[in-house]
Write a protein that binds this ligand. Sequence first.
Ligand code: MSP
Length: 514
Amino acid sequence: MAAYYVTTPIYYVNDAPHLGHAYTTVAGDVLTRWHRQRGEDVWFLTGTDEHGQKIMRTADANGVTPQEWADKLVAEAWRPLWEHLEIANDDFIRTTEPRHTQRVQEFVQDLYDKGEIYKGSYTGPYCVGCEEFKSPGELLEGDLCPIHKRPVEWLEEDNYFFKLSEYGPRLLEFYENNPTFIQPASARNEVVQFVKSGLQDLSISRSSFDWGIPIPWDGKHVIYVWVDALLNYATAVGYGSDQEKFDRVWPADVHLVGKDILRFHAVIWPAMLMAQGLPLPGRVFANGWLMVGGEKMSKSNLTGISPRQLTEHFGVDAYRYYFLRAIPFGQDGSFSWEDFSARYTSELANDFGNLASRVAAMVGKYFDGKLPAPAAETPEISGALATAVTNADRAIGDDLDFAGGLAHIFDFVRKVNLYLSEQEPWKVAKDDSPEGRAKLATILYTAAEALRGVAVLLNPVMPATAEKLWVSLGAEEHLGPLAKQRIAEAGTWGRLPEGATVTKGEILFPRLES
Ligand code: MSP
């Protein structure tokens, strides 16, 4: 069986990353960590999109070559941020690497040889911000790009064209036979309508500038940056160079994309693959936008907030948690310091962090830090854990419903809190009789074992926090590394053994500085 292969968009290196870019990458990281914990063979790819006018102009404005600019941004901004956010990608592709450029040329040459590409001329609007040919009908106020709200440019160029218009019926048939190919449903409907309204052939080359991969049979043209960029998903996993790897990893199971780049992924990309007879990806999931003041957050609008501004205040794990918990995946959402602070305090610090520290403190105080064996079964908690695992696994692992999955996990955390406040172990502790001790042992074992399950479930989302909890429960010593724990086992009750050394580790979510 092919690997579970997840991709993020490859990001333009014209500027440094902001929250919107990190949103998709964190989602991909959580999804792939989840599947690794299911025990699957996983491949997670991210990277950078380095050709095209947008980058060329930025480099010019900064007095360096586009390659120098790209090298600098990748080294100083993009890679360090992913490391900072604990992104565990298996590869990082840059479209200026020979492993990519050579294969792109071969791909395009092949389509040319097959008669899929012809020479024509293009006249029409183009948005350099989107690097996209626009149709006059979609412009605002006559000449504004609907996404960038800035004037488009008029192109009149001889270009090479890909016969995209011929793929409409095959694409519609494919969508019909694969109803989950485009998600969420609103995105699917939009694409189906778009394709039904008739596809134009696609200009796949540009001749008015040279920062791109040359068209192999005509050096005066460079390959259109989107054709170059989409191919990264294939070239990065050995397309045309390492057949064994390509067979193991391709096709992608999930392409994560922002909704503004959905058509490229759900229309052009499958048509390109069809033209070559390659297997099509399993799913294209379009996430919504992070908004500021009702507009898409962006650096060019000066609304781009750097993730580091938030991680400095809330920490990396809370950052990874917040956006996935607060915004249903697929919808737009706004960010506010107030909402982030409120969720941090109530969900992470109070509900979860306090529970972990109270349980560890009580095992320390009443049982000298050695986990007691339970004297009775506690099906209301063990059953709830099993249900939370099943629900979270379906939501996060299958449906990419991160908010829903986290809600299941945190509902369970609240249930354990409720159990403790009902059982009142601090009162039971005053009863020295064998019955009292047995009851206290049951309560504390139940809470600690519940937390073991929570640590496994939260590991893909908040790896550093989950690890601290895992160690504090004495689980590492008896059950091995957290990363090796299977999601399915998270719900198997009774894995923490009697006598495990429970220690009060550091506070998981310290009080926020105001
Ligand atoms: N280079 C292309 C993608 C090529 S993929 C073969 C590109 N790059 S981008 O850097 O402009 O955008 C990358 C991704 O960031 C897109 O999916 C876009 O939707 C996402 N976001 C940019 N701003 C965003 C928000 N404010 N909110 C959420 N995602 C946003 O497009």
